[in-house]
Design a protein around this ligand. Sequence first.
Ligand code: SF4
Length: 230
Amino acid sequence: MGPAGEPVGSAAALAAIADEIRGCTRCPLAARRTRTVPGEGNPLSDVLLVGEGPGQREDATGRPFVGPAGRLLDELLHSIGWERDDVYVTNVVKCRPPGNRDPEPGEIATCASYLERQERALEPAVVVSLGRHSLQRYLPGARIGAVHGRLRRSYIGQHVFPMYHPAAALHQASLRETLFRDIRGLPAALLAAREALASEVERSVASEEAVARADEHDRSADDIEQMTLF
Ligand code: SF4
């Protein structure tokens, strides 16, 4: 087990979280679901896509983004040379809200611990928020129209790349163009996030080394002082 009690290794940790989700009855969405939809993809990916909640096809199959919005998501990924297997995909709630209504704040809050644990297991360099409910988790108060398609930092320092939800583009043709334009910026955003994280690690190692050198210096000074006492 790792420090948070999860199995060691992202694949094992994600599988354990998915098992728990399958038995979850913590919120009212459990009552009317057919299957839970924990998420799926590459457990070693640096990119986590977070949508809103499962729809009818997802509820029937237990897999995320398998309906028309999922096909558009695949087209978007293909447009930058990526496949589903290059990313990990999940939602803010893992059970279908009846009639595809928006998930309620209480349901999102109750389900949030699963997403937090998935984030910790994956440690993605970039989270792509799909739609406004996912956006609110990472950038509370932000308006999707103002922030989509550009890399941001969340309030806890995650790199977030906000995008519209593919389902929205199924009903509004102009959003389709926006989605294809935005996703073209994702590979560069991923590189920028990786570079920022690497330089943060370098700075933190340098600062730990400086503290260790200062401690060593203090210990040497103490030793000299003690020697002069005898
Ligand atoms: S939506 Fe989340 S919290 Fe609610 S029952 Fe499903 S897995 Fe549990």
